[in-house]
Write a protein that binds this ligand. Structure first.
Ligand code: OGA
Ligand code: MN
Length: 294
C-alpha cells in the first residue's frame, strides 16, 4: 500500500517555469479521480509554487469542478458573466452570433477588467483561495495570461518600504475597478454591485499554508485606509508594479486544453490584450477562501 502510494505520487513530474514561483506538473489525468497521495502532492505543489501549469487536460466542466475540489470548496458564479455550469465562469470573446466581440461591447468589459493586475475576488470579505483556468479554445501568439508573486514581492521589498506598508489596510471595491472601464455603468446593475460592497483587507498577510508573509494588493484597491485617496492608490500601484517588475513575471502562452491553477492569496495575474479576431474561450472554476487572513 505504502509503496504503491509512493509510486503514485512519484509519477508526477515537476518542472519549474520561473526562478521564484510557477511550475509545470505532468503525469496525471485531470479527468479521473486522483488518489489521496496525488491530491496531497498537488496541494503541496500549489502551496509551494503558487502557479501550476497542467498540459493537455481535455476536461469537461464536471471534470474540472471535481478536480478543483481537491483544493477546497468552490465559489459559485455571480454577476452577468456567462457561466456554463453553476461553478464555471465562461470567459469568452465570442458573442451570441458566434462572432468575436467588437471593441466597446458590454460583454468585452468583463474581459477587459481582467487586464489589470489583480487577485480574484479580493473585493469579497473572504477572497478566493485559488482559480483554475482551462483553455478550451485559445488564440495563437496573443491572449497570454501573466502572473507574478506577492510573496517574492514582499521578500524582496526594501526594509524602508516594508515598514511603510506593514499594518496598512486597503479598501477593495469591485464598483471601483469596473468603473474604470465602464464609466456609464452599462455592464453591471446597481443591484449586482450592492452584493459586493467595499471591503477592507490588510496589505501584508501571512499565507495560511506556508506561514510566509506576502503583500496583498490588487487592481480592485480603491484607497488605503488613513491615506489621502491619490496617495493610497499610488502606493497600491507602486507595490503592484514592484511585484510585476521585469524579471519577476511568468507569462503563460496558452496551448489548447492547458489548465493553469493559481493561488489568489499570494499571486497576481492579468490578461494581456483580448484578441479582436481570434477566438478565445476559457472556463474558470474558483476555490473559495477559508477565512479572513491576517
Ligand atoms: C481570470 C482572469 C485572465 C485571462 O480568469 O480570473 O483574470 O487571461 N483571466 O483570461
Ligand atoms: Mn482574474
Amino acid at each position: 500500500m505504502q509503496t504503491e502510494a509512493l509510486s503514485d505520487a512519484a509519477q508526477l513530474t515537476v518542472r519549474p517555469l520561473h526562478e521564484h514561483f510557477a511550475a509545470e506538473v505532468t503525469g496525471f489525468d485531470m479527468r479521473k479521480p486522483q488518489p489521496p497521495e496525488i491530491q496531497k502532492a498537488l496541494r503541496d505543489l500549489f502551496a509551494r509554487y503558487s502557479v501550476l501549469v497542467f498540459r493537455d487536460q481535455r476536461v469537461t466542466d464536471e471534470e474540472q469542478v471535481a478536480f478543483t475540489r481537491i483544493f477546497g470548496d468552490l465559489e459559485g458564479t455571480t454577476f452577468s458573466v456567462a457561466h456554463s455550469h453553476p461553478y464555471v465562469y465562461q470567459l469568452s470573446n465570442i458573442d451570441e452570433n458566434g462572432e468575436v466581440l467588437k471593441p466597446d461591447t458590454t460583454k468585452r468589459l468583463f474581459l477587459e477588467v481582467n487586464a489589470r493586475w489583480h487577485t480574484d475576488s479580493s473585493y469579497r470579505p473572504i477572497p478566493a483561495k485559488g482559480s483554475l483556468l482551462s483553455g478550451r479554445e485559445v488564440p495563437e501568439g496573443e491572449g497570454e495570461t501573466a502572473f507574478c508573486s506577492m510573496r517574492v514581492g514582499w521578500q524582496t521589498l526594501p526594509d524602508e518600504m516594508r515598514r511603510r506598508v506593514e499594518g496598512l489596510k486597503a479598501v477593495h471595491n469591485y464598483a471601483y475597478s469596473i468603473s474604470l472601464f465602464d464609466p456609464d455603468g452599462a455592464g453591471v446593475t446597481q443591484d449586482e454591485l450592492a452584493t459586493v460592497p467595499p471591503v477592507v483587507h490588510p496589505m501584508v498577510r501571512t499565507h495560511p499554508d506556508t506561514g510566509e508573509k506576502n503583500l496583498y494588493v490588487s487592481g480592485h484597491i480603491e484607497r488605503v485606509v488613513g491615506l489621502p485617496e491619490a496617495e493610497g492608490r499610488a502606493l497600491a500601484e507602486e507595490l503592484i508594479e514592484w511585484c510585476a517588475r521585469p524579471g519577476y513575471v511568468y507569462e503563460h502562452h496558452w496551448r489548447p486544453f492547458d489548465a493553469v491553477l493559481w493561488d489568489n492569496r499570494c499571486a497576481l495575474h492579468r490578461a494581456t490584450a483580448i484578441p479582436l479576431t481570434q477566438r478565445r474561450i476559457m472556463h474558470r472554476t474558483t476555490i473559495a477562501g477559508e477565512g479572513p487572513v491576517t
